[in-house]
Write a protein that binds this ligand. Sequence first.
Ligand code: SF4
Length: 437
Amino acid sequence: MALTGLQIYKFLPKTNCKKCGLPTCLAFAMALAQKKASLDKCPDIDAAGKQALESASQPPMATLKFGIKDNEIELGGETVLFRHEKTFFHAPALVILLSDSLPEEEFKSKIENIRKMEFERVGMMFGIDAVALKNDSGNAETFAARAAAASEIPLVLISEDIGSVKKARAGISTQRPVVIGADAGNCEEWAKMAQETDCILAVKGKDLEEVAETSQKIQAQGFKNIMLCPKAENMKEALHSLTSSWRLCLKKSYRPLGYPLIGMAGGDIALAANFVCKYAGMVIVETEKYEELLALITLRLNIYTDPQKPLMMEAKLYEVGKPDENSPVIVTTNFSLTFYTVQPEIENSKIPAWLLITDSEGQSVLTAWAADKFNAEVIAQSLQKCGVAEKVKHKKLIIPGYVAVLKAKVEEESGWEVLVGPKEASALPKYLKESWR
Ligand code: SF4
């Protein structure tokens, strides 16, 4: 847990020598607590104080970089148990489990399908983050060959045999994989291998306690690219285990559990959904069904949305249908829910249109108007910037009915004739059919 300024002050020399650039040790302590200064600015702090402050200033959960070099996926690094306390930083990686005993052509075809999978949600595109390759064949050559065939996707290598992992790891040098295989009995050897070959090492164990003991042993070897993979017999046990791990890590700063977790869901999509909710940093699931994966991605998007930032669309001119020079120009704000309410209603009208989305910082029409983010100046500037005047031969702009009060000012600022549209998007089809000429 973060130390307060007064707690930090106890470890400082208290000479007020000003070498740190601040007038007193207390001022320096306060700046450290607010993360506005770094510990190395004080040259006189003794070794014991330095050690105590450095370990207290470490984040409670490590952030790990996994996958293809220069395009790594970040895992972990969370600081709160509940999103509304601040935000969650890294959504769990969604990983599809494949067996290395699949025939070569079938395996390659599955990898190709996984690579091409795309999911669109509220204007954002998502794909599958990684593949978990399981050494069911028990054959090191086959395992390595399948890993090499999938090397363009971030990989999780699952095997009981360290020799097979080493062989597979050697053929996928363009990435940092996660390796699942270490446990209480073999952890020293596996940690050495992970350190030498630059892997993330996932620690298995029959329960959280065993996983914590093993992780502690590996930390003592100086290796910290660790993930935690506690075993669970059922969904209740799994949730209890993952929740306890986050509580001990974030509330008690218990270092052996200060690493992202892996949720092994098998083909159980409900379990995978629970892992997305609480608290896996990586969810490994055995399905390639688009509809099941879409459900998980949608859930993940909802859980891992920053509550301080509304979902918003890019502010620009959108084409709805195939608009031409006679098509209406409709303006609204960039709150994604507003966009996805208005756009389908224009489509329902069967009248192609130009939809101008202004930057309202993700607020809806009335909220943005009240906050002065959707006003005559913003609308006039957006009209000019988007270049729609060159695309149509009229100068008529439809504004939302809720801001009818802006009509005269927008006309004055833009030189366009303003038509007041309906208040509700659902009335747009009728409005366009009856009013647009
Ligand atoms: Fe205090 Fe260290 Fe700053 Fe000197 S350099 S004022 S001892 S914190």
